[in-house]
Design a binder for this molecule. Sequence first.
Ligand code: UD1
Length: 327
Amino acid sequence: MTVLITGGAGYIGSLTARLIRASGRATVILDTLENGHRKAVGDAPFVQGDVADSSLVERICSEHGVDEVVHFAAYKAVGESMSNPEKYFNNNVIGSQKLFGALNNAGVERVVFSSTAAVYGTPSTVPVRETDPLHCESVYAETKLMIENTLRWYAQTTPMRHACLRYFNAAGASDDATLGEDWRFSQNLIPHVMKAVLGHSPVLQVFGNDFPTPDGTGVRDYIHVEDLARAHVAALDYLSAGNESITCNVGTGHGTSVLEIIAATERISGKKVPHEIVARRPGDPSQCYADAGLITEKFDWSPQRNLDDIISSAYAWHSSHPQGHDS
Ligand code: UD1
């Protein structure tokens, strides 16, 4: 079995690619390297190119005997998607549609797709279930939902089956601190906390402490990127066993506040996280965490790492890679 991994040179993609190989499957990675990093691929088969290049995708599928795909390649900056929607619709949606067409021509029948909990928008109740209303609040989220819907139609009209994984907040680094996120390009909380504790930014801004949460700061479901990677292997196993298409949350089911992240970082690093409370960030929900019942029921998967593992792996990675893979 060979798995084509689009975006396999990125943060979640590179870690997942490594785990898929460790689980006994061959891989081939397709990445433009616009946001990914060649070093993150190691010596695995790699093609630099775009998912929208249908003839390239079909050639890769036939040359490598691809029968499964994990599709990560996409732009993911929420703010940028609102200022440049065309970039996101073209790359994420049209790129994915071209990809699925090429995969269908090549006879590929199993696709795991990297979706997002952002499709729920501001949830009216937590924990969030897959059957709850969808309410995209950004172009980025809408592009992911459009791709989910495209896969749903492929499942109805062709032999192609899918697992759409709605990630909650991916965080942390590989257990061996060799793969992680480049904080220079991330807007997310934990890279910002790491910058502050390691002295690469003067102060962390905490966006609001007047939310209706136990300590007033925003609550999210942080999922260790190694656990997230394991969910993709479980999804491939689920589809290979002949099961029907599925869309499921990938989260821990537990919420953690910004102040709890800061406290854990201070305890693990032994250093203060300089921070200040500022105004809420527009559009931030007060709390969002997963009902993880479906994934734990359907897949051979449950999270194996906790918040301390997230913080300690992020701390080890960022300490040793202040320039990401360019370090
Ligand atoms: C964000 C995106 C979401 C995307 C997800 C994963 C928005 C509105 N949502 O989710 O679409 O799927 O990242 O990439 O952009 N915080 C601070 N200070 C900071 C950064 C964050 O206090 O410097 C707080 C936020 O207010 C929030 C929590 O930390 O309460 C997590 O924020 P973040 O890591 O940006 O993730 P989300 O907003 O949940």
